[in-house]
Design a protein around this ligand. Structure first.
Ligand code: GCV
Length: 668
């Protein structure tokens, strides 16, 4: 987009416009039945359609029709050639009817039409009925008010600069992009709430937060804030933040009243408590439920909700202690309180029991809780999956997570069922992603990482979509490629997670990353530290014994899964080292020994990374030059990274085990 400072990603209407670019603008007519054209969300839908349809050479009538039978935030979008009987339009006109029961549904219907148009579909044949799988579909920003982003790989924050809030046209484009993929909630600040961010709930920032909230509101998005549990101390001048203390409770009552006077549309708060040094109820001998319920009760009269994170574990562990297991912590802390959380409290649970590794089992807490609102947290910021340098399309991983059968009920027992509210019939449920955006021109550092941003939203709205469908949509919307290259790019995306896994940490072992930064290999980087992230390799074998004879983590699952994981013969091989300490000579199903597999898979991963780079060369001249160069540079870095991983991991395990590579490849 010429001189613009940021791209329009999948909403780049200009780049998609064809021969009729300068067609008369009055070809598009929009009607309303049961919707107020002055409603802010409807106005956004209309504005968007007008932008997207300036190149139409046919007459188009789009009618927004209220239909109360359609599910909340759902829509049907259908084309009728020559117009329907009751809405009399000329024969050469395409009529499209968007039916929905609410404004968000109407907006999503409009974006569906736009998507179909951009993908070159025949709108007169359009016929889609959709309803969101998840009631809450949220993005979590880990943006700090100084403009930095915790685990951000795409530049600085576009929300903050120098401890102040920035609002400009990019803010509006951000809201448009999020609405176009069905996002209906955004947490604007890092869960580690420190310094100026503690003041987001004070008069220092109310006006600007309100402005942001209004922009989001135009696109059907609710704004949420991460909350500092120690606010009574840090901004209130109290000496404690004990959730059961009368003075503390009174302070919160006044504070939340004040917040809602200024921010009447605030969705609620996200809280990271008792985690990685953040304050919380444990300091006062209180439970996580005590903390969450106190805030929940106070915010309830305003219609707000409390999203309470379950990422609570001991981050000062002694590595010599082989019984304490970080993987157990979420379940150990939260399962016993199942049923005690109040109705407007949701527990937000990371997909795995550790921390967004390239492969982990599903957290046993999801579905382990049967009487508590639950929400799934995934990370599209590629903290452990390549920093948006290495290509790693994460939607296949998210699909695996959603499809995992927990056995928590006789039916509707997958993760998708639990977090959508289908299992328990609750409406406070959903999916959240730690977002991968920043103020880079392309928003996501690597142009191809936008597939994760797009994909998360689409998947959270419709968990039945498959990874390939989503990848193809994104490719079609973002580029103008011939079929052969489109297929090639889709394949590159679909294979990328396995490639990353191959050259990094195989069979579920995870970690082995550079401490702190989390990019690049350092096999023992976390091995003798306090973080609870160990591989336990010795000269005989590798992996963590999490069976009933080890840490007992496998027993946190329902019996079907517990038994499967407990036995190395039935444990899925891609998680073998997560659950078991395995000798290097162990024979895998392929017949390879564990050590030979480690060597082979790392050489293979490195060579596949080189293939990705080679494949990208065929996109020269076929995608914008800026994109081509940006991605090429990243593939070059990925190849170096894969090389380092391959050499370091193989050398490490060769030196540990003393067993040579059967194929005599260079290992140092
Ligand atoms: C926001 C991991 C990350 C931290 C992050 C934390 C969390 O430990 O490395 O940067 O903090 O997860 O999810 O709270």
């Amino acid at each position: 987009m010429g001189d613009n400072k940021w791209s329009q990603l999948w909403l780049d209407y200009e780049a998609k416009k064809g021969a009729a670019k300068n067609a008369e603008e009055d070809k598009l007519k929009i009607d309303f039945e049961g919707f107020d054209p002055e409603n802010r969300v409807i106005k956004s839908a209309v504005k968007e359609l007008n932008k997207a349809f300036t190149d139409t050479d046919k007459k188009i009538v789009i009618s927004f029709v209220r239909n109360d039978e359609i599910k909340k935030e759902g829509y049907s979008a259908c084309g009728v050639i020559g117009g329907s009987d009751n809405r009399k339009v000329d024969a050469d006109t395409t009529e499209l009817v968007v039916s929905s029961s609410d404004e968000n549904g109407a907006l999503y219907g409009a974006f569906h039409i736009i998507r179909s148009k951009l993908m070159g579909e025949d709108l007169s044949c359009l016929c889609a009925t959709k309803a969101p799988s998840n009631p809450l579909r949220m993005m979590n920003h880990w943006d700090n008010m100084d403009g930095s982003i915790e685990r951000g790989y795409s530049g600085r924050s576009f929300f903050y600069e120098n401890d102040d809030i920035v609002i400009n046209e990019r803010t509006v484009d951000y809201a448009r992009l999020m609405a176009s993929i069905g996002i209906n909630g955004v947490v604007i600040n890092n869960v580690n709430v420190k310094w100026a961010a503690s003041d987001l709930i004070t008069t220092r920032f109310f006006d600007k937060v309100k402005e942001l909230s209004d922009i989001f509101g135009d696109y059907g998005i609710k704004l949420y804030l991460s909350l500092n549990f120690a606010s009574p101390i840090e901004i209130g001048g109290l000496s404690i933040c004990d959730p059961l203390d009368k003075e503390v409770i009174e302070w919160w009552k006044n504070k939340i009243k004040e917040v809602y006077e200024h921010l009447p549309e605030l969705g609620g708060f996200l809280v990271k408590a008792d985690s990685e040094g953040r304050p919380g109820p444990f300091t006062y001998g209180r439970t996580q439920a005590d903390g969450a319920n106190m805030l929940g009760d106070i915010i309830a009269p305003y219609g707000g909700i409390i999203i309470w994170r379950c990422f609570v574990y001991n981050c000062t562990q002694d590595w010599r202690d082989t019984k304490t297991d970080r993987a157990r912590a979420g379940y150990d802390y939260f399962k016993g309180l199942d049923g005690e959380y109040h109705d407007n409290v949701i527990l937000q649970i990371k997909n795995g029991p550790m921390d967004f590794q390239i492969r982990e089992p599903i957290s046993p807490l999801i579905g382990g809780l049967t009487r508590t609102n639950q929400m799934l947290e995934v990370q599209i910021a590629q903290e452990y999956t390549g920093h948006q340098i290495d290509l790693c399309y994460l939607i296949p991983m998210f699909k695996e997570i959603l499809e995992f059968k927990t056995y928590c009920a006789e039916e509707n027992d997958t993760v998708a069922d639990v977090v959508s509210g289908r299992t328990m019939g609750n409406s406070l449920a959903g999916m959240a992603a730690v977002i991968n955006t920043g103020n880079d021109y392309n928003w996501t550092g690597n142009d191809l990482a936008a597939a994760n941003l797009y994909g998360f939203g689409r998947l959270a709205y419709d968990t039945d979509l498959d990874s390939e469908e989503i990848a193809r949509e994104w490719v079609k919307l973002t580029f103008n490629l011939e079929k052969e290259l489109e297929d090639k790019l889709v394949d590159m995306l679909l294979n990328s997670r396995e490639i990353y896994e191959k050259y990094t940490s195989p069979l579920g072992i995870g970690w082995m990353v550079t401490p702190g930064d989390h990019y690049g290999p350092s096999v023992d980087g976390y091995e003798y530290s306090r973080w609870g992230t160990y591989h336990r390799a010795d000269h005989l074998g590798l992996g963590v014994d999490r069976t009933d004879k080890g840490t007992g983590y496998a027993q946190q699952y329902y019996p079907e899964n517990a038994q499967m994981y407990n036995d190395p013969k039935t444990c899925p091989e891609n998680l073998l080292l997560f659950f078991h300490h395995i000798p290097y000579t162990w024979k895998l199903k392929s017949g390879q020994s564990l050590i030979q597999y480690i060597y082979d898979v790392h050489f293979e991963g490195y060579s596949k990374a080189q293939e990705l780079l080679e494949s990208w060369k065929s996109f020269e001249g076929k995608v914008p030059e800026r994109t081509y160069n940006c991605v090429m540079h990243r593939f070059e870095m990925q190849v170096n990274n894969a090389h380092e991983w391959c050499d370091q991991v193989n050398s490490y395990f060769y030196r540990k085990s003393g067993i040579p590579d059967e194929k005599n490849r260079p290992i140092y």
